[in-house]
Design a protein around this ligand. Sequence first.
Ligand code: AHR
Length: 310
Amino acid sequence: QEGNMPSLAGRQIGDGGRKIRLGVAVVGSESSWRNANTESIKQAVEQEKQIELFMRNAEGSQQKQIEIIRGFIAQQVDVITFTPIVETGWDEVLQEAKQAGIPVLLSDRKVKVEDDSLWTTFIGSDFIEEGRRAARWLVEDTKASGKPVRIVELQGTPGSAPAIERKQGFEEVIAEHQAMLLVDSKIGDFTYDSGQGLMESILRQGIRPDAVFAHNDDMAFGAIKAIEAAGLRPGKDIRVISVDATKLAFQAMMAGKLNVSVECNPLLGPQITKAVKDLASGKELPVHIITEEGIFTQETAHRELTTRRY
Ligand code: AHR
């Protein structure tokens, strides 16, 4: 990454000085994953004597999130962290942060901007790989049957990095296998209600897929409800695949209703506070800090349930 990165060097903050003021603009409260993510940031900051947190919730609106970031700039915070609701539309406000000399950390979701020096570091998951993992599981699980596999996809928030990249990774893998047929792909918003509504309408249209790929657990839970309401057995008549691997997903796997959940770790708080402190002490941060993640199935769910933290 090139360009003049804003730096905290020379400001009397952190060790021996005043507290580092951190402005955090979270996306909203659309899923249990998001709530765990917000809580993780709050808890990590609470354990830090050096950081003072200013956290605001954009409630799913990009316009509101931009206003929150402008507020942080006016307030002259030292560092801004935000989870961009969608990928595009951030050039102007990030330019304003750069002009004010405030470094920006992207947490969980990436942006697409003309000038990548407008942000310092991305902390989060590899969403493309998550999509690939979901598809690879399905290919493995169905290959013995030798039959075509009719798949429907329930997408997350349009324009968001996880929806774009999970779709990309999933489709990249299924494209290599003739038996894998994506028969429908509908746009939701990472909520339970959208998963339920979309699945209901798919089944009402007479589409009876072999598998559903939901872009997150909450949408998968909504889809499970719709499948049951249609008199079918989720996890058996229709395979259900999701992303996040929350505690509730483990319970659904143990109940045999969810087949697999690809992990996406929301507990980013400690990595964020570490990055903030590193910035304050003048250390150079890596451009990407990517979380290591796994994949969990009905066979492995019981081993993990008790230790699951979100
Ligand atoms: O950006 C991460 C995604 O957003 C999670 O998969 C989803 O549950 C959340 O709402």
